[in-house]
Design a protein around this ligand. Structure first.
Ligand code: ADP
Length: 535
C-alpha cells in the first residue's frame, strides 16, 4: 500500500527530531519536515501531502496563518491539519485554529500514546476516504457502462422491431396471395382429391401465419406496444364457434371434443374477444397436438359475479401424454418446451404458452396448468369480464361472391405484388367494381391525376414511391375532388405505429394482410357510402 506523506512544521529542530522519533513506529508514514513555513508551503504544493502537524508559535508566520494559506488554495485545501501548541487551552485559541481550517489539536509536551493514537486515527480516516474515492470512481464507471448497455439494448430492440416489421411484411405478402387463391379455388368445382390437397395447403398456410403472428405478438408485448381492445361480443357464439371449429379437427384424430357450460353464463360480455380466442385456441390446439386417444373437454364456468362483472374460467382438459412435474413450471416461458424428445416428435416453437401468459397478464387474468404424465393435462384461463352494454351486430357469414354488388364503383388498386393485385382485382370484380391496377406510388399519383376514383386501395410498401408518400402527394393536390378521394391502405405490417402512420397521412382505413374478404367488403362499402352521402 502507498505510504502517506506527513509534513511536520516546527521552527525548532529539536521538536521535529522528537516528533519524528515518536512517529517512527507507524510504518504507513513517510515524514517530511521543515522549520521554515515558506519552504513547508512549497512542499505542500509540490508533494502529495495528506496530513500536516503544524506548530502554532513560529516567528515568520504563525501556525494559524499557515493553515489559512493551505485552506485557501485548491491544491492544498484537502490536507488534514493537526495544530501542535504549547499555548493555553483557552477556547479563543481553539476557535482561531478551527476557523483557520485545522481539524485537531495536540498539546505540548506531547504525550506519545495520544499523539500516535491521533495520527493513527487520521491515517485510518485517509485510507477510508481513499477507498470511498476508488469506489465512487468504480461506481461512476459502471454507471457509464450501464448507460451504454441500456442504449445498446434499446438500439438492439429497435433493430429487432424494424427487422420484424420488414419480415412480417415480406412473409405476409406471399401468404396473402396463397390464401386468397385458396379462397377463390374453394368456390370453384373441384374433385375430392383436389379438395383434400387444398385442405393441406390451407392448413400449411394457416400454420405459417400462426408462427409469424406468434413471433410478432411476443415482440410487441416485449416492447410494450401491444394493445388490448375491449369490445362487446357474444360469449355464446364464441363458445359455439370454438365447438364447431375444433369438433372437426378432433374428429380427424378420432378424439371426442366436449363442450361444457357451468353456471348462469351471460350471453354477451365486454372483453378482448380476439385475445380470448388466441388463449383458448392455444390451449385446445396443444391438447389436439399432444393427445392420441380419448377426449378434449372445453369447460366454461361462471365463478363469481361482482362489481367488475363476471369472473369466468375457461378450462381445457385432455387425456394426452401429460407433462413431467419438473417441466410444468417452465412451459409458460418463451422458447421452453416439455422435453427434447417431445419437441422432436411434435415440433412447435415453444412460444404459444409464453404469449398466453403475457396476454393473461395484460388482460388482468390468470393462467395455470395441472398435469399427470400418461393421464392428461389441464390448462385454464380466468378473468373478469365486464357486463355487455349493447346488443351484438352480426357479421355476414356467407361466401364473398354472394355479397350485395357494388355496381360501377371505380377503384384504383396500387399493389406491386402481381399475385395480390390479381386477387384483389378478382374479388372487387365479383362485386361489380371497375378496377384499374398500378404498381407503385408514382403510377398511383399519375392515375389519380387523370381520373377520379371512388376509392384508392393502396399498398404501403412499394418501389419508386411508397404508399405513404403517394397518399401525402394525393392529399396535397389542389383539386378538392382528388384530394378528398377516400384511400384505404393495405399493409402486411401489423405494427401499431405503422398503422397509425397510415392514418396520420390521411388513410380512411387500414386493412391488414392477409385480408379477410368480409372486412375488405365492409370497409369498401362504408367508404363508398360515406362519400356518396358527402357528395
Ligand atoms: P409449442 O407447442 O409450440 O412447443 P407451447 O408454448 O404451446 O409451444 O407449449 C410448450 C410446451 O408445453 C410444449 O412443447 C409441450 O411440451 C407442453 N405442452 C403444452 N400443452 C400441452 C398438453 N396439452 N399436453 C402435453 N404437453 C403440453
Amino acid at each position: 500500500m502507498k505510504k502517506i506523506n506527513l509534513l511536520i512544521l516546527d521552527d525548532r529542530e529539536e521538536n521535529i527530531i522528537s516528533l519524528r522519533a515518536l512517529l517512527e513506529e507507524l510504518d504507513d508514514l513517510h515524514i517530511i519536515a521543515h522549520t521554515d513555513p515558506n519552504e513547508a508551503l512549497k512542499v505542500c504544493w509540490h508533494e502529495d501531502i495528506t496530513i500536516a502537524m503544524v506548530d502554532v508559535q513560529m516567528p515568520k508566520m504563525n501556525g494559524f496563518e499557515f493553515v489559512s494559506l493551505l485552506k485557501s488554495n485548491q491544491k492544498t485545501n484537502h490536507i488534514m491539519v493537526i495544530m501542535v501548541t504549547a499555548i493555553s487551552k483557552e477556547e479563543r485559541y481553539l476557535l482561531e485554529g478551527l476557523r483557520s481550517g485545522a481539524i485537531d489539536y495536540l498539546y505540548k509536551p506531547l504525550n506519545p500514546e495520544i499523539t500516535r493514537a491521533k495520527v493513527r486515527s487520521f491515517i485510518h480516516q485517509v485510507r477510508l476516504q481513499e477507498e470511498i474515492k476508488q469506489k465512487n470512481i468504480a461506481l461512476e464507471v459502471s454507471g457509464k457502462e450501464l448507460l451504454l448497455a441500456k442504449e445498446e439494448a434499446e438500439h438492439a430492440r429497435k433493430s429487432k422491431e424494424i427487422f420484424l416489421a420488414n419480415m412480417s411484411h415480406e412473409i405476409r405478402t406471399p401468404i396473402n396471395g396463397i390464401m386468397s387463391v385458396i379462397h377463390v379455388l374453394k368456390t370453384s368445382p373441384l374433385s375430392n382429391e383436389q379438395l383434400e390437397w387444398l385442405g393441406i395447403l390451407d392448413n400449411a398456410s394457416q400454420s405459417l401465419l400462426v408462427i409469424i403472428n406468434d413471433i410478432l405478438d411476443l415482440s410487441r408485448i416485449d416492447s410494450g406496444k401491444f394493445k388490448i381492445e375491449m369490445e362487446d361480443f357474444s360469449l355464446t357464439k364464441f363458445i359455439d364457434n370454438m365447438d364447431r371449429m375444433f369438433k372437426v379437427k378432433a374428429d380427424h384424430k378420432d378424439l371426442h371434443f366436449i363442450v361444457e357450460k357451468e353456471g348462469d353464463l351471460p350471453d354477451n360480455v365486454v372483453f378482448d374477444a380476439l385475445r380470448l380466442q388466441q388463449i383458448v385456441t392455444n390451449f385446445i390446439s396443444n391438447s389436439l397436438k399432444f393427445t392420441e386417444q380419448g377426449s378434449i373437454t372445453f369447460n366454461v364456468k361462471l365463478l363469481d359475479i361482482g362489481p367488475k362483472g363476471y369472473l369466468i374460467r375457461f378450462t381445457v382438459t385432455d387425456t394426452g401424454i401429460g407433462i413431467l412435474t419438473d417441466h410444468l413450471p417452465k412451459i409458460f416461458q418463451p422458447f421452453e418446451q416439455g422435453d427434447g424428445a417431445i419437441t422432436k416428435r411434435y415440433g412447435g416453437t415453444g412460444l404459444g404458452l409464453a404469449i398466453v401468459k403475457q396476454l393473461a397478464e395484460l388482460l388482468d387474468g390468470e393462467v395455470g396448468s395441472k398435469s399427470d404424465v400418461g393421464i392428461g393435462s389441464s390448462f385454464y384461463f380466468e378473468a373478469w369480464f365486464q357486463k355487455s352494454k349493447t346488443e351484438q351486430t352480426q357479421k355476414p357469414n356467407e361466401p364473398y361472391i354472394n355479397f350485395p354488388k357494388l355496381d360501377g364503383v371505380q377503384i384504383l388498386v396500387a399493389e406491386d405484388n402481381d399475385l395480390n393485385a390479381f386477387m384483389l382485382a378478382h374479388m372487387l370484380k365479383t362485386w361489380n367494381c371497375e378496377v384499374d391496377i398500378v404498381k407503385d406510388g408514382q403510377q398511383a399519383l399519375d392515375a389519380v391525376l387523370h381520373k377520379t376514383y371512388d376509392l384508392v386501395l393502396m399498398d404501403t410498401h412499394m418501389p419508386v414511391m411508397s404508399g405513404f408518400d403517394a397518399i401525402k402527394a394525393i392529399k396535397a393536390l389542389d383539386d378538392l375532388e382528388k384530394n378528398s378521394m377516400p384511400i384505404i391502405t393495405i399493409s402486411a405490417s401489423v405494427l401499431a405505429h405503422e398503422q397509425a402512420a397510415a392514418y396520420e397521412v390521411g388513410a380512411r382505413y387500414v386493412i391488414v394482410k392477409p385480408f379477410d374478404p368480409v372486412d375488405l367488403y365492409s370497409k369498401i362499402s362504408s367508404v363508398v357510402e360515406t362519400s356518396a352521402t358527402e357528395n
